[in-house]
Design a protein around this ligand. Sequence first.
Ligand code: ZN
Length: 348
Amino acid sequence: MEQLRAGMHYPRSVGEFQSWFRTEGDCLEYLEWLRWRDGFKCTACGHEQSWRLGDGRFMCARCNSRSSVTAGTIFDRTRTPLTVWLTACWHFATGKDGISALTLQRTLEIGSYQTAWAMLHRLRSVLVRPGRDRLVGIVEVDETYIGGQEPGLRGGRACGKKTLTGVAVEVREPIGYGRCRMSPLADASAASLGAFVTDHVEPGSKVITDGWKGYAGLGELGYVHDPRSQRAARAKREDPGKLLPGVHRVASLAKRWLLGTHQGAPDDAHLPSYLNEFTFRFNRRRSRSRGMVFYRVLELAVAHEPVRYKDLVSNPRPRTTPPQPPGTYGHPPSLDRPLVSRPWRNSR
Ligand SMILES: [Zn+2]
């Protein structure tokens, strides 16, 4: 894959972001470049030649069907200007902890809270790629309750129900942690925990758990199981709470993030998408360029099929069909590119 460069493929600062994306046209061109890196391809018939129409859309030279760069993506039929979308994406991607719907609505003066909420959920829905690599090496696994009553919170938010959540994190030697995964569990049975581990951890890895019998079958599932007994730790006068420091660190960061950025726990139905966002952030915590994270989110967004509002409300589970990779589209050969005034226009 080509090397991405700051200031060339993605903005390296907020100032650069603002100068690149002043108008709808600027945003459209960037999305075209992201989606059709190797040339336009008609979504109806696959033909690669097209004409640009006056309204910025493309008309297939063979079947005459019209398409826009946002059609078939998460920006499909949006009534929100792309300048607002890209600014939202910039805050979402470059903020250390992301952004809440309320802050987004106020910052960008978006008409309704509902619109801001749905924008953020659409961005969240692109973050997970099915079939992505499972965790490897040494992995700590535990389960914890997330959500529900939190100390210091009053009112409606304080009485939600806690959700049992599986947590897995790679342990790096000699010190530190790698990537994490989090996912709600039906219960703490061997069946649920076994499914969580096989979904998220590569067989052959060493899996460290506590002494709970629900983990007893991990050896048969192809893992090197290392159960650590709390009773044994107590007998050796070690702190039993420190048997699994990695998962406890990840779980407490996630809880603090939900409480801080999102003012408490989201409802049961939407918890999985918040956990996905947290995981995405945690796994990129050492990314040196936040602008590159912005690029990655937009790249996933133009490769992701539309997410309807009713699906966000009624079916909050993350989608399972793989998104189309951007490389399968193309760029219209008939399209005259404007003179270069943005660096990325010159870098295909
Ligand atoms: Zn066509």
